[in-house]
Design a protein around this ligand. Structure first.
Ligand SMILES: Cc1cc2nc3c(=O)[nH]c(=O)nc-3n(C[C@H](O)[C@H](O)[C@H](O)COP(=O)(O)OP(=O)(O)OC[C@H]3O[C@@H](n4cnc5c(N)ncnc54)[C@H](O)[C@@H]3O)c2cc1C
Length: 313
C-alpha cells in the first residue's frame, strides 16, 4: 500500500534549492502504488504534482497545497529486439544519465546526445527533452501512462504525446508517465565505445558552458515563429538567450539572493540565500527589459509550482 507522508520539505528536492513544503508526499516504486497515490489525490480532491529531479521547476515559498508524487519506478530492461534495434523500457523515476550509460554498456546508442542534462525519464518525456536539433520524441516508441481521473494504467504510442517544442500531452495534467519505451540502435563494441566518448565530450562541453547547480537551466523557452519579427541571416531569431544577451545582464542583474548567471543570460542562479520570490522578481525584470527593448515577452520554460499565477507578466 502507498505510504503518504505529510508536510515534506521540497527545497532539498529541486535544483533551485528554494520553496516550501508539500502538504502530502508519496514515492511509489511500482505502477500499482503509483495508481494508489493518484487515487488518494482524486478521492480528497487534491491538486497533484509529479516531481522528477526538480531540474526544471520553481516551487512557491508557500509550498504546494496538494500531493506531490515523486515516482521511484527505476527498472530498465530490453522488451524487444531484432538484429538492428532494441526497444528499451525505463521507469519514470530512472535518471536519464543512468539510462544512457546502461544503454551504452549494452551496446545500444541514440540517447547519448542528451548526456549531462539533469532529468528523470518522466521529466524528459514531459518537456520533450531537447539539445540542439535532438528531440526525445525521435526516440520514444510507446509509454505506460496513468489517467488522473481514474488512476487507470494504459499503453500509448508516440503519436499520443502530440510532441512539439517544449510540449507533450502530459502538459494537460490529465495523465502521468509510469514507464517509457525507447526505440534505439544496436551497435558493435567499437561503435558503443565511440558513443561513450561522444557522451563524455558533450558532458565536458556542457560543464564549461552552463552553471551546474542552483538553477533550473534555461528559465525562459525559445520563441515561436509567430512571436518574433527580428531576422538574422534570413531567419527569424527564435533564441531567447540572444535577446537577453543584448541587455548586458549576464552576472549583472540581481534580485535578493538571485542573479542572472555570468555564463548564460537565460539562466538564473540562487546564490545561496535566494527565495523563490527573489527568482520570480528577477524573471519579471528580465521580461520587462526584453519587452522594453524588443517588444516581445519571454515566457517561462521553468514550470511554476504552487503559484496562483502561472504567467509572470
Ligand atoms: C543545468 C541544467 C541544464 C539543463 N539543460 C537542458 C537542456 O539542454 N535541454 C532541456 O530540454 N532541458 C534542460 N534542462 C531542464 C531540465 O533538465 C529538463 O526539463 C528535465 O527534463 C527535467 O527533468 P526532471 O526529472 O528534473 O523534471 P522536474 O523538473 O522534476 O519536472 C519538470 C516537469 O515534468 C513533469 N513530470 C516529471 N515527471 C513526470 C511524470 N512521471 N509524469 C508526468 N509529468 C512529469 C513535472 O510535473 C514538471 O511539470 C536543464 C536543467 C538544468 C538544471
Amino acid at each position: 500500500m502507498i505510504d503518504i507522508k505529510e508536510l515534506v520539505p521540497l527545497a532539498d528536492k529541486n535544483w533551485f534549492k528554494t520553496g516550501g513544503n508539500a502538504r502530502f508526499f508519496a514515492t511509489p516504486a511500482c505502477a500499482i502504488t503509483f495508481q494508489e497515490a493518484v487515487q488518494f489525490a482524486k478521492k480528497r480532491n487534491l491538486e497533484l504534482f509529479l516531481l522528477g529531479k526538480g531540474a526544471n521547476i520553481l516551487i512557491a515559498d508557500e509550498g504546494f497545497d496538494g500531493l506531490v508524487i515523486q515516482p521511484q519506478l527505476k527498472d530498465i530492461c530490453i522488451v524487444n529486439e531484432d538484429n538492428e534495434t532494441a526497444w528499451v523500457k525505463a521507469g519514470a523515476g530512472v535518471s536519464l544519465d543512468l539510462l544512457i550509460n546502461w544503454c551504452l554498456d549494452n551496446h545500444i546508442i541514440g540517447l547519448e546526445e542528451f548526456s549531462g542534462i539533469p532529468s528523470t525519464v518522466g521529466g524528459a518525456v514531459y518537456i520533450n527533452l531537447h539539445y540542439f536539433e535532438f528531440l526525445l520524441e525521435h526516440f520514444l516508441s510507446s509509454a505506460e501512462i496513468i489517467e488522473a481521473q481514474t488512476g487507470n494504467l494504459f499503453t500509448v504510442q508516440n503519436e499520443w504525446f502530440n510532441f512539439g517544442y517544449d510540449y507533450s500531452t502530459l502538459h494537460e495534467h490529465k495523465h502521468y508517465l509510469a514507464t517509457a519505451t525507447f526505440k534505439l540502435k544496436k551497435v558493435s563494441f567499437e561503435q558503443a565505445a565511440f558513443a561513450k566518448g561522444r557522451s563524455a565530450e558533450i558532458i565536458r562541453h556542457r560543464t564549461r558552458r552552463y552553471p551546474q547547480k542552483n538553477t533550473c537551466g534555461s528559465f525562459f523557452r525559445n520563441f515561436h515563429e509567430h512571436e518574433v519579427t527580428l531576422m538574422i541571416n534570413d531567419k527569424k531569431m527564435l533564441y531567447v538567450a540572444y535577446y537577453l544577451d543584448q541587455l548586458g545582464i549576464k552576472g549583472n542583474l540581481h534580485s535578493g539572493g538571485a542573479s542572472v548567471s555570468s555564463q548564460h543570460a537565460n539562466m538564473i542562479i540562487n546564490n545561496g540565500n535566494a527565495t523563490s520570490t527573489d527568482i520570480i522578481n528577477l524573471a519579471r525584470s528580465m521580461q520587462k527589459m526584453v519587452l522594453q527593448q524588443f517588444g516581445i515577452i519571454p515566457q517561462p520554460e521553468c514550470q511554476l509550482i504552487g503559484f496562483k499565477e502561472k504567467r509572470l507578466i
